[in-house]
Design a protein around this ligand. Sequence first.
Ligand code: ZN
Length: 258
Amino acid sequence: MGELETAVSRASDLLRQAKHAVVFTGAGISTPSGIPDFRSANTGLWNKDDPMQVASLSAFLYHPERFFNWLRPLVKNSWQAQPNPAHYALAEMERAGIIKAVITQNIDTLHHRAGSVNVFEVHGSMRTLTCHRCNVTYPTENFIEAFLERNEMPFCPQCQKLLKPDIVLFEEMLPAAVWSKAEEHCRKADVIFVVGSSLEVSPANSLPYMAVLGGARLLINNLTSTHLDEYAEVLMPYNVVEIIPLIKQVLCLNTMPH
Ligand SMILES: [Zn+2]
């Protein structure tokens, strides 16, 4: 067996033995779907604009036009993107009972669209917008065409205040309820599987570390190294669309193809 096959087989063994396997995903699982990692240097999305100037709560409140102009290409890109074989394989592993939860830093909703159910989006998601005056949440779908095609900003149908996308902006707290459930899963985890995250974004990166401190065995599938590599039992520095479907295949051979 080559290095890749050995790693896949070890990862599959650990997942098969796990009672509470939890997956933690980052931008790297969505790059094969054509969604750029907007934090990484080479995509340039952060280089053009100072993130605090465009992606912050103050930008939304005081310069909404600039905020939504910055957001528009990101929303368009995510909206048109499709889940890839790695997203689908994780969803199938959840259905098979192998994975108990997916914690993601991604706001692109691709895990849900691939069929994952127990998903915790610690940086929020593009699926909904909220009016913070009425405290009512609306599906993004209702506003998407006007926003993308006619450059209209989303206003609350009841009070006409601007709706805030439910993504976590700079200067904002992470969603508390989602965060505490994610923590709960990490405390329970006996295997934590990091997929497509360099674990550079804090405080989200404290979740896998919490699992490791609690005794969970660590698997990492990421192209670049992370600060938790030394704790990992299996390191898989390969493309996620290559690795995750292989692991699923090894684990779910007896399930019906769909
Ligand atoms: Zn309102």
